[in-house]
Design a protein. Structure first.
Length: 140
């Protein structure tokens, strides 16, 4: 399973590294140390946490308010949303992949074969590319 440094997690969550560090220090997200002593966050834990903070963001349905970040909504050029895979649902032929990119939740419907070729699983970094009403997934 993929793990993320505090800085990588902060970029995926759309917050500053200091905010991600404070959340880890407060026990809001579990960390472990690698052989170099860096704090890492398990990909599955980060995926679950990204959903939790997105639900509590200002304007989210049932939200509890902001996370203390001054930054606005997280967007990138060319309709690309780098984030973390939070769900993969496989059918016999089709699949559904959900990505949390900062406050944005993107859902892509694609073939099971495409998901397997990309090796997509919860906790991985991926980029959702939106064109018209289609969402394409790039493995990072």
């Amino acid at each position: 399973m993929q793990s993320y440094t505090i800085g990588q997690a902060a970029r995926l969550l759309g917050v500053s590294p200091d905010t991600a560090r404070r959340w880890a220090d407060a026990g809001r997200i579990a960390t472990h140390r690698d052989e170099a002593g860096r704090r890492l966050i398990d990909g599955r834990d980060l995926a679950a946490f990204s959903i939790e903070i997105a639900r509590s963001a200002p304007g989210a349905q049932g939200g509890q308010g902001g996370q203390g970040e001054e930054d606005g909504p997280y967007t990138t050029a060319r309709n690309a949303f780098p984030g973390i895979v939070t769900a993969v649902k496989l059918g016999d032929v089709a699949a559904q992949v959900e990505i949390q990119a900062g406050p944005h939740r993107l859902v892509s419907l694609l073939t099971r074969e495409a998901v397997e070729e990309l090796g997509l699983e919860v906790g991985m970094r991926a980029t959702a590319r939106v064109k018209s009403t289609n969402v394409h997934i790039d493995r990072v």
